[in-house]
Design a binder for this molecule. Sequence first.
Ligand SMILES: Cc1cc2nc3c(=O)[nH]c(=O)nc-3n(C[C@H](O)[C@H](O)[C@H](O)COP(=O)(O)OP(=O)(O)OC[C@H]3O[C@@H](n4cnc5c(N)ncnc54)[C@H](O)[C@@H]3O)c2cc1C
Length: 290
Amino acid sequence: MFDIHNLYKAKSVADAIKLLSEHPEARLIAGGTDVLVKLRHFDDKFHHLVDIHDLPELKAVRLEGDTLALGAGLTFTETMNAPEVRKYIPVLGEASSTVAGPQIRNMGTIGGNIANGATSADTAAPMLVLEPEILINGPGGRRNVSIKGFHTGPGQVALEPGEVLGAFAFDLKALKGLGAAYYKYAMRSAMDIATIGCAAGVKMEGDKVADLRLALTVAAPTPIRCPAAEAAGIGQSLTESTMKKILDALETDIKPRTSWRASKEFRTRIIKTLAERMIYAAANRSGEGA
Ligand SMILES: Cc1cc2nc3c(=O)[nH]c(=O)nc-3n(C[C@H](O)[C@H](O)[C@H](O)COP(=O)(O)OP(=O)(O)OC[C@H]3O[C@@H](n4cnc5c(N)ncnc54)[C@H](O)[C@@H]3O)c2cc1C
């Protein structure tokens, strides 16, 4: 049994915001795949819940002009199967398909994955590469923030009390020409969180790297972009010597730690191996869609 004291079912996003302001002790529950585990571990922040599971507003996929907006309430399965994701940002679908197993993918949402703030979140690395604006609804109205800087610490994100993450808005014009790839290294091929996750985005112009975006999970206390590694590659030909410079620079971007899953040294080795592979994979897809 879960120790839930109150469960308030929201009828809309506006209703969820109202319920959160009426019950400031309450927290949102979407798919519940993180919340229920926390309840099991006696996290008393989650005794009072506002349920936003299945709100149609949070399930919308909207393509308007050059902007593709994905509702935060889309499950991993819905994200993987959305034709717009497959066409414009397939890397997000690829990452969603690596999460756990079908049961969790059918319940867990992309909004919950990012709002939960875990450094291991599988959608975090491709999100950091794709750079969506995060659309937030709250008691003070709406605001947009960048995914870059949204993760503020272990398990912490830039959401204020009472706010609901509404959608991720991708600027398809800015992504034109970018190829992207994601790989999750885990101890098991299913039902395991990442030992390291790595996403790369590369845009080639001729034989030069016009844009390079590299993001990692579990390489630091939060999911990260790798500015030093990116700077070492941009404007260069993708030769072995450039790759060596990228991987050397990468050491200043990362802060892996030793845990029961893997040592710091092993993680560092995996990070470099994945970064190299994902950069080449993304470069091969340059021009095909991120
Ligand atoms: C067995 C198992 C295996 C798992 N494997 C993986 C894995 O391989 N990869 C991975 O990345 N994760 C994994 N997870 C973690 C989890 O499934 C994901 O993080 C999932 O995306 C959480 O989404 P949810 O909708 O279930 O969130 P919930 O549990 O409902 O909520 C998570 C947090 O986000 C907040 N929240 C949810 N939606 C919103 C919103 N719209 N606005 C503001 N705050 C919100 C909640 O208040 C809560 O703090 C696993 C979990 C389990 C139980």
